[in-house]
Design a protein around this ligand. Sequence first.
Ligand SMILES: [Ca+2]
Length: 210
Amino acid sequence: MVALAIAVVVATGVVEWQVQRNPTPAVVTTEGLELKYDDGIAEGYVSPHWGGYLVSFSPPFTPFIINKIKICGVTIGNGWEGREFKLQIWDKEQKVLYSASYPFTLFPQADSPIEAETQLHKGLPWIEVAVPNIEVETDFFIHVYAGTMKWQGIHLGADDSVTNKNSDITVAVAEGVYKIRETWPYPKNMWFADKSKVNWMIRVIGQGPE
Ligand SMILES: [Ca+2]
């Protein structure tokens, strides 16, 4: 918090800064401020149920410049070469601020759910995706649309270290148009059927304006 206060003072007179009231927990790293809800260790890996993963964030101050997104996960199965997932940044009104596609092969691959289970026990890996300095003026969302199903494709790490207040899943209602899914679709016998326990392991790295 000390670093944040200094950053705000230094910027006085250059940019109008707004300190946010209930910011997402953040840590200072060599790359900037890392916003995160999870404790770094996945309790499971979960499919997006044919849709996407959505996490809302409240930056420590605005404007806030997003430089990088970190995502913990794995792809299950083979033959994902050429397939892409969509990474988006939405503002608080769910308007798209940034949208780009990235190859599935950025994620480490597990040939089967059993192999994914082995990776989970070793600690699911993180990937990093650079984004071109997206400035946000409000709370925002990170959306990872994978569109893959039950035992195949992209599965993100799920963390139960805090009560979920920020993670949702999305559905595509038309080509490139998404909405937050109203129901939580996972089977009752799975621990992640309880939405309050599921935090998608997506983090944001950013900073104030120069
Ligand atoms: Ca955890």
